[in-house]
Design a binder for this molecule. Structure first.
Ligand SMILES: *Cc1c(COP(=O)(O)O)cnc(C)c1O
Length: 397
């Protein structure tokens, strides 16, 4: 099927919610993607941080195909060997004592929200409210949409789910003032990256954590994007030396297979009882086999490799600060960003990179967000950085 026909069918048959780039990929190899015309691209998007092992990774492909030939799904009516293996590996070496699996980031957050409510219900306390930050992103189910502190996202879907309060991100006083008796948890991202890529200030995140501890309020971190090694640690909170009660992960977890998880510790980890929560598709054998490969690789040296290549990429980007239309360069590990002056159109820069065979993601019209596969090489980073510099050299504002 040619590209024209693919576009035709998509616009006719598929609900029109996505603003898609004028391109369709047919396959990938390593850190490269190939489109319907056979053109090759170095990937600095990885399907929004999902394809963390790149394309056709031999170990991942093998594990998925072998598992597919044995058993893809048996449901949670029965015990599941692959789930047992994965859960032991996921929790091993972490502060968490229990996990639950879901199929998407939003669902993992939804589960975390329910877990908090169940926890206080079990304690006989009326503390359903969860504080989240403005500018956050937690998903698109009704509850996670409500949790998401971006009005433009939720106005059209009212009435929303009660029990959420939004405070400015980075403002510890606002957080303190919002901590009324009905609050059961604070939920934050370690790096807000929906629009700007904004790592939490150290004093802010640690302060929020201390506030939770002093008020016996649960501390939830949404690491759907920053978890599973993305920042050069298994979880981004490890850079801050704190211990959340609940963390959610998803994007890179299955290397492209839809899978997510909630990890919890202490009393809240034990809150759910039989029947309190569930999911038909979640944690099936195929998803677990894929996630096991990702976890094994992360713990087998890949995390250190991400940190090293992340520093390398950040170093290359820092050199671009000399251009006066660069407002800032921010990120951690292999989640990096370049914020351009609002006078510049990021999409125009991205189009030139695309022409040169490099994929990047633009958020907020003027932020270049980089989420390469963990397998990206320093040579590929060099190619990208040189091309970007060349484009900047020829850019006039
Ligand atoms: C992507 C993302 C989500 C939502 O994940 P979905 O799989 O799209 O439901 C939630 N929170 C954060 C921080 C994310 O980056």
């Amino acid at each position: 099927m040619d590209f024209k026909r693919i576009k035709e069918l998509s616009s006719r048959n598929y609900m029109n919610v996505f603003s898609r780039q004028n391109i369709c990929f047919t396959h990938g190899e390593g850190n490269r993607l190939f489109d319907t015309y056979g053109k090759e691209y170095i990937d600095f998007v990885s399907g929004i941080g999902v394809n963390c092992l790149g394309y056709n990774n031999p170990d991942l492909t093998k594990a998925i195909s072998e598992q597919a030939s044995k058993l893809i799904h048996s449901s949670n009516l029965y015990y599941n060997r692959e789930q047992a293996i994965l859960s032991e590996k996921m929790l091993g070496g972490t502060i968490f004592s229990k996990m639950f699996m879901a199929n998407s980031g939003a669902e993992a957050n939804e589960c975390a929200i329910k877990l908090v409510r169940k926890h206080y219900n079990k304690r006989g306390q009326n503390r359903p409210t969860i504080i989240t930050a403005q500018g956050s992103f937690h998903g698109r189910t009704l509850a996670t949409l409500t949790a998401t502190g971006q009005e433009s996202h939720y106005k059209i879907y009212s009435p929303l789910v009660p029990g959420f309060k939004h405070v400015p991100y980075g403002d510890l006083n606002a957080l303190r003032e919002a901590l009324t008796d009905d609050v059961g948890a604070i939920m934050l991202e370690v790096i807000q990256s929906r629009s700007f890529v904004r790592p939490a200030n150290y004093d802010y995140l640690v302060g929020a954590y201390a506030l939770c501890r002093s008020k016996d309020v649960l501390f939830i971190l949404d690491e759907i994007q920053t978890g599973m090694g993305r920042t050069g640690k298994m979880f981004a909170f490890e850079h801050y030396g704190l211990q959340p009660d609940i963390v959610t992960v998803a994007k890179g977890m299955g290397g492209g297979v839809p899978v997510s998880a909630v990890l919890a510790r202490g009393e809240v980890a034990e809150a759910f009882a039989v029947g309190d929560h569930g999911s038909t598709l979640s944690g099936n054998q195929l998803a677990c086999a894929a996630a096991t490969v990702v976890v094994d690789k992360l713990r087998g040296g890949l995390i250190e490799d991400i940190a090293d290549k992340g520093d390398y990429l950040a170093g290359k980007l820092a050199r671009l600060r000399k251009y006066k239309f660069i407002i800032d360069v921010r990120g951690m590990g292999l989640l990096q960003s370049v914020e351009l002056s609002e006078k510049l159109n990021g999409n125009y820069i991205a189009a030139q990179l695309l022409q040169a065979g490099i994929l990047v993601n633009i958020t907020k019209k003027n932020v270049i967000r980089l989420l390469p596969p963990y397998t990206i090489t320093k040579e590929e980073i060099d190619t990208f950085a040189e091309k970007l510099e060349e484009i900047f050299r020829n850019t006039n504002v």
